[in-house]
Design a protein around this ligand. Structure first.
Ligand SMILES: Nc1ncnc2c1ncn2[C@@H]1O[C@H](COP(=O)(O)OP(=O)(O)O)[C@@H](O)[C@H]1O
Ligand SMILES: O=c1ccn([C@@H]2O[C@H](COP(=O)(O)OP(=O)(O)O)[C@@H](O)[C@H]2O)c(=O)[nH]1
Length: 344
């Protein structure tokens, strides 16, 4: 029985007609506990459960799932105060695919209850974007966001925003960024995960371009620790661009970026870090057949055509032919930036 090898299961309650119970999932991280009926619940299972992903996403709720020895049935109750569900099942955990009886008060139609062995929420689809400082990663990611509806998470931008917030890590982040060094991965990956979760919950979008990460073998190990070593290895768009071109672009960007590291001295340090620490991780992805090479020294439109082609399989097909937005035209250098927004 799957339930014996995996103590984590998920319950979804859908189509109830009551928005507040739609899409309720019930995982738990509580330690093992004995329920009133004498059933031992194990780690990751029901007792002391925390409900998440309510349709209104506003509050948590603690539905009760318990095994009734007298009725020889599982019972899920207190979902919205009006509903109770039972499933007759002799297994130690209710298994997938069994039909539940639904008892309810009120006028709303009865919901559908499902038990899942796997977390049924959609997983993020991640593409990493790497390349030297100034290679054009941010520009292309923003185009993918405008034109193809991808979400762009720049590890550097997330770190800069965290620095600006002025929390406990602000000073450390500043020191690392100015020295062109790689910030400890727990900070970076924590910020990426938090941003990703918030976006998925708010928008349902799962396509993410993670830009400027992983920058080292340690970064990649940190990612796997948080997202699970078994989670799929993302495709990596690798932007290749020679140093003199990078220098020229960064000095161009320095005129408007306001970044403390957009100067020749910091750039050289960043480039050294990139060669020494980032290239080995690119090789790991290359050996796994995950690298898509992009010659980003080419003109923007050419680079964009290639990036678009590579992202097409995951993109919404109706967007692939959509005309360029004004902002995209600016990003491609086809029209000047509006006065107040000084970009090149
Ligand atoms: N293909 C390109 N040709 C010329 N300039 C480019 C190209 N791609 C980006 N740029 C410009 O180079 C600078 C650095 O690009 P950016 O996307 O910020 O790089 P990264 O995110 O890799 O550091 C920006 O001013 C951008 O407008
Ligand atoms: O995963 C990351 C991404 C960025 N950085 C830091 O943020 C700086 C700027 O990175 P970003 O990707 O924004 O800029 P780029 O170097 O591509 O211009 C780097 O030099 C690092 O100090 C980091 O430590 N870890």
């Amino acid at each position: 029985m799957a339930s014996e090898k995996n103590n984590t299961q998920f319950v979804t309650v859908t189509s109830s007609g009551l928005p507040e119970v739609d899409g309720l999932y019930v995982p738990s991280t509580e330690p093992p506990k004995e329920s009133e009926s004498g059933t031992m619940s194990t780690l990751g299972y029901w007792n002391g459960m925390k409900a998440w992903d309510r349709a209104d996403r506003k509050s948590e709720r603690n539905p009760a799932l318990s095994y009734s020895n007298s009725y020889k049935a599982w019972r899920l109750a207190r979902i919205d105060g009006h509903l109770a569900y039972t499933i007759v099942n002799d297994d130690p955990l209710p298994t997938e695919g069994n039909a539940w009886d639904v008892y309810k008060k009120g006028v709303a139609p009865a919901p559908t209850i499902k038990v899942w062995e796997e977390d049924p929420r959609e997983k993020p689809n991640v593409v990493f974007v790497l390349g030297g400082p100034g290679a054009g990663k941010g520009t292309m990611c923003e185009l993918a966001m405008n034109q193809l509806g991808w979400k762009h998470l720049s590890a550097g931008d997330l770190l800069r925003a965290e620095r600006k917030e002025g929390g406990d890590n602000a000073k450390l982040i500043e020191e690392f960024i100015e020295a062109g060094k790689i910030v400890p991965v727990t900070i970076t990956v924590g910020l990426i995960k938090k941003a990703m979760t918030a976006i998925m919950e708010e928008t349902g979008i799962v396509n993410f371009l993670v830009d400027g990460f992983p920058r080292s073998l340690e970064n990649w190990a940190g990612w796997q620790e948080v997202f699970g070593a078994e989670s799929a290895m993302p495709t990596m768009l690798f932007f290749e661009c020679p140093l003199p071109v990078l220098e020229e672009r960064i000095m161009g960007r320095a005129k408007y970026s306001g970044r403390s590291d957009d100067n020749v001295e910091s750039l050289r340090k960043r480039f050294k870090t990139y060669k020494d620490e980032t290239m080995p991780i690119v090789e790991v992805f290359r050996e796994a057949g995950k690298v898509v090479d992009v010659d980003s020294s080419k003109p923007r439109e050419e680079v964009w055509d290639l990036v678009k082609e590579k992202l097409a399989p995951w993109s919404n097909s109706s967007l692939l032919e959509s005309p360029l937005t004004e902002r995209s035209e600016c990003l491609l250098g086809l029209r000047p930036w509006p006065k107040r927004e000084k970009k090149e």
